[in-house]
Design a binder for this molecule. Sequence first.
Ligand code: FAD
Length: 482
Amino acid sequence: MIQPDPPFLNAVKDLLGPRGLLTDPDLVEPWLTDWRGRYTGKAAALAAPANAAEVAALMKLCNAHGVAVVPQGGNSGMSGGATPDASGAQVLLSLRRLATIDAIDVAAREVNCGAGVILEHLHQAAEAAGLRFPLTLGGKGSATVGGLIATNAGGTQVLRHGTMRAQVVGLEAVLADGSLWSALTPLKKDNRGFDLKQLFIGSEGTLGIVTAARLKLVPAIGARQVIWAGLSSISAARSLLELCEARFGRALEGFEVVPRECLAAVLDHQPQARAPLAGSHAWNALIELVSEDPAADLADQATAMLAAAMERALVEDATLAASEAQAEAFWVLRDAISAALRGKGAAMQHDIAVPVAQMAAFIAMAVPAAEAAFPGTRAFAFGHLGDGNVHFHVTAPPGAVRGEWEVGEGKAVSRMVHDLVSQWHGTISAEHGIGQMKRDELGRLGDPVALDLMARVKAALDPQGLLNPGKLLPLARKEPSD
Ligand code: FAD
């Protein structure tokens, strides 16, 4: 890898101005560690262009000098994808200054915005126009549009609205050689060959740098009802999901599960938080219903559904959020799980999916299997049961040393979890991406033909390997015939 030399850095400074290039280690340092604190790297500098033209000019310089970049948005990613390596030769490329939200096209229900727009700001802008951007997640105060696109993020409304891929109507990106590709014009139909935007969605900054996007919006929420239910088993949660799908149809926007231990961890972590139900239940389901129609009587529908669920002994106890504030308080309990578990010591996190109908059975098998194989560990599955996707955390045995356990026994734990997922025809990355965390596992378990195809696309678009090296694409490829 080529170390950026003073002439290169001076040229970047001339290009971006003093706000656009940080070399002071104290200013760069906060961006060198990932959100989970698993990876820390070094960077030659932090470049922060102010617009797409500056990103393109910067990449032209990098291409000419052979300097690699690590794109970064809000640095809230869960797979170490935005953290540079330890060489100190890479330039951290922050897209946070590309934070413009254009006037919303209310008639078309679409908006153009820069890659650096923070998700929560996009929510606010859409709401001010009487509309809604229907993707949300716990990191919404940091995650940016560019990062959400680069990771094809999911979140808690995928059940109804799909992942980030489903929200992108148009895209603008800078390529490794500095060319600017812009396809932001809204066309409902366009058959001029490949749908190129799909190359960049989910490519984790390895094929191009997203600078702007045109995103879909949906009508604002007319009526909303949030339900918290206590259950005895994960199979009851599966049956409850089926009941909700049958009863609510498109009004069912989210169906999340929270095991007893995760709720307890959140209540420990956030002393001001309150458990929604008086008793303790092995599992909890958080269910969100949404209608565009303000007259929709979701509370009545929810009550009727719960009565039917109790008759079938699917639910032990349940409550409906009585206000917007209480609905938000329920969601805080769900969104705070990752942060609460992070404070509990060493753990291996897995972001896995299997076919939706099989996830409950998978959890019932995999939790005891992991705990039995690694005595002293505890396994917790929580999250998006409605999408067949859960976050499967395995915490280290008491006394394990943080930082050591993860690279020793923790690795064996992950291999086991990923092997089980593969046997169930699932995925080792449902929504967080591969980054550096799961790159070797992708190499070990990925379809050789798919990996070969990805490597060929990468070589075509980024022949010098300047875009986010060491991320996503496995180093050693299996031969297709292996
Ligand atoms: P970063 O972390 O900065 O980068 C992520 C990846 O995208 C890196 O590979 C980076 O190189 C690349 N990248 C960033 N910007 C660009 C760009 N403009 N062009 C090209 N590549 C780029 N994610 C979910 O999917 N679902 C969840 O439910 C969820 N919950 C979360 C809860 C919490 C509390 C937190 C902290 C995070 C959660 N996340 C979740 C993860 C995270 O918010 C998403 O992965 C998000 O998409 C990352 O956005 P970012 O701007 O922070 O990207």
